[in-house]
Design a protein around this ligand. Structure first.
Ligand code: NI
Length: 258
């Protein structure tokens, strides 16, 4: 059977409260060999640690998402994230961190500050970063260049920019996370990125419970739907599904240094 590496999901989310355990227990028999659960604030980072303790094939990332940045306290929050990462060896990355200027009321200054601080934490701990970047390509690239993010390494998850922007992140040595959006009718730009990016720099993700692929668009997503996006990616790259799973699994192992 295939070994699929799910590099980005949120199984701490309320959307799974009714059937979390039953769902996750189905993963191994469906080829989902490894999952990295991603924290988005302090409480979901703690929940991520618990999930990694409960399921042997789960790993985790801890960090605070740009949309939750207002909860950061100084001092306190960075120290807490550091403690979660240091005390739990299945925590393999800092994330998700980054910039999200999608909403009107964003505090760009505050987002940049905590993106930098969390990147510096990752550097100190020798962990890769999981970057979330939406409607903020230029600032993300500028900050990552200034911070020498290439020395830290990591993934730009749910990649949503052009292939020109992809080139910058690829040149820094980053992986590109591709999920359900690649199956959407309006996913042309992302398909171009998949065509452009070398296969050894692509990793599979869902961002579950969000961004379910066609034909489940709008419904609750889960790692069981990875084959829908994987089929499209394999097609674009001209490889078999088996080859795609094998290569992206190896990529994810390198990304998270497992
Ligand atoms: Ni996410």
């Amino acid at each position: 059977m295939q070994n699929i590496f799910e590099t980005h999901a949120h199984y701490d989310d309320d959307a799974f409260d009714g059937d979390r355990d039953e769902l996750i227990r189905e993963f191994p028999e469906n080829g989902i060999a490894k999952v990295v659960n991603i924290g988005a604030n302090i409480s979901t980072s703690k929940a991520t640690v618990e999930l990694t303790k409960k399921y042997d094939f789960f790993y985790g990332a801890v960090g605070v998402h740009p949309s939750d940045i207002r909860e950061m306290e100084e001092p306190g929050s960075i120290e807490l994230i550091e403690k979660l990462a240091v005390e739990n060896e299945k925590i393999v990355a800092i994330g998700e961190i980054g910039l999200d200027y999608h909403y009107e009321d964003t505090d760009e200054v505050l987002q940049k500050k905590w993106f930098v601080n969390q990147m510096e934490l990752a550097k100190r701990l020798g962990l890769p970063i999981v970057v979330h970047s939406r409607d903020a390509a230029k600032d993300t690239m500028d900050i990552m260049t200034a911070e020498k993010a290439g020395d830290i390494g990591g993934v730009v998850h749910c990649f949503s920019y052009s292939k020109e922007v992809a080139k910058i992140f690829l040149d820094m040595g980053f992986y590109i996370g591709i999920g359900g959006v690649v199956t959407f009718k309006n996913g042309k730009k992302l398909k171009e990125v998949v065509e452009y990016a070398p296969l050894d720099r692509i990793v599979l993700e869902t961002d579950a419970p969000y961004l379910a692929p066609e034909p489940y668009r709008g419904k609750r997503n889960s790692s069981l739907y990875i084959p829908h996006a994987a089929n499209v990616i394999a097609d674009i790259k001209g490889v078999s599904l088996e080859e795609l799973y094998k290569i992206t699994y190896d990529n994810a192992m390198k990304l998270y240094r497992l």
